[in-house]
Design a protein around this ligand. Structure first.
Ligand SMILES: NC(=O)c1ccc[n+]([C@@H]2O[C@H](COP(=O)([O-])OP(=O)(O)OC[C@H]3O[C@@H](n4cnc5c(N)ncnc54)[C@H](OP(=O)(O)O)[C@@H]3O)[C@@H](O)[C@H]2O)c1
Length: 312
């Protein structure tokens, strides 16, 4: 079978197409024919190295959807190593059933980023009607979903994006105000009449984190859920006091889906939103599996919007 392997950590050029023997499922595993692979920013961290994800040599990626081999049973997953491949041996406890009205492409596009957006809006800070929140990189994979879910909960979203095209997408997802990154904390204070936002959702990291603290209302929540621009500088805790008794969280989807029950309940809630039409899944680009390198180049260069898929 074909798979995308990295034999050392490094840039997109370390991703190579290899022929590998079909995986042999072990105890509690099933063989899955992969129909669509989800590309996520975490795959960039895994490829770069530094202790995140699999160590090379390995097949990269963790998300996808497909059929249990020899059956018509459709499944999706968000946390199975070696997902950039034609087939995977999948632990049954990490699979969720894909409902009839949802295609495999949409399932692979929605699961990881959608469950993330769901726990961010419902649990990290439970957005309530009328709450102002700031969502960075709102035209990205997580960003477009989080903006829609936040808006559906009655939140008022201020979004950051880097281009006019991305700003239009963020507005389309429900953002009330869309701004650039330069001086964003000051703009947030102006927009909110000096109050600041109840929560900042930050998957950008290094270039936005410290300034984001200045955009928060008293007792507001800084939710640092990723680091597309690099890890932020260490946070001196004492600065949280004069800034307004702030909270900081560094959450992961793994924590929120750490048991089979938590995973299935979160996936159920997500598929319900998709099925009811409340959540639109934007597939920004599809690439043949062989072109994984191009997908990574585009993602890191900020050329993409919504979700990227690889099709085996
Ligand atoms: N903790 C969790 O549970 C969890 C789960 C899933 C994802 N994540 C995190 O969520 C974030 C978004 O992931 P995603 O897969 O949906 O990616 P994405 O948002 O589609 O892509 C990253 C976006 O970040 C923005 N960005 C700002 N500065 C950047 C820089 N220096 N380099 C690259 N991009 C930059 C870009 O949007 P603009 O051009 O508009 O700025 C870019 O499109 C990542 O940090 C990821 O690790 C966390």
């Amino acid at each position: 079978m074909r798979a995308i392997v990295f034999e050392r950590n490094g840039g997109p050029e370390v991703l190579e197409r290899h022929e590998r023997p079909a995986p042999a499922p072990g105890e509690g595993e099933v063989l899955v024919d992969v129909e669509a692979v989800g590309v996520n920013y975490r795959d960039v961290y895994e490829r770069n190295g530094g202790g995140y994800g699999s160590a090379p040599p390995a097949i990269i990626g963790v998300e996808g959807a497909g059929r249990i081999a020899g059956t018509e049973e459709r499944v999706a997953w968000a946390h199975i190593d070696g997902s950039y491949a034609e087939q995977i041996a999948a632990p049954e406890g990490k699979l969720v059933a894909v409902p009839e009205g949802v295609s495999s492409e949409v399932a692979a596009a929605a699961l990881l980023q959608g469950m993330t957006a769901h726990y961010l809006a419902a649990d990290s800070y439970p957005i309530a009607g009328g709450d102002w929140v700031l969502i960075h990189a709102a035209a990205g994979g997580v960003g477009l979903l989080l903006t829609q879910i936040a808006t559906a909960r009655g939140g008022r979203v201020i979004a950051t994006t880097s281009t006019a095209e991305k700003a239009d997408l963020a507005r389309g997802a429900g953002a009330e105000e869309v701004i650039g990154y330069d001086g964003f904390a000051k703009r947030v204070k102006e927009i909110t009449g000096g109050d600041g936002v109840r929560a900042v959702y930050d998957g950008v990291g290094k270039t936005t984190f410290l300034e984001g603290l200045k955009a928060l209302a008293p007792t507001g929540r800084m939710i640092l859920y990723g680091a597309a621009s690099g890890q932020p500088d260490p946070l001196p805790l004492p600065i949280l006091a004069p800034a307004g008794s702030l909270y900081v969280q560094r959450p992961t989807l793994q924590t929120y889906t750490r048991t089979r029950e938590l995973l299935r309940e979160r996936a159920r809630a997500l598929f319900e939103l998709i099925d009811s039409g409340a959540l639109e899944i934007r597939i920004g680009a599809r690439y043949p599996l062989e072109r994984a390198r191009q997908a990574h180049e585009d993602l890191e260069a900020r050329r993409t919007t919504g979700k990227l898929l690889l099709i085996p």
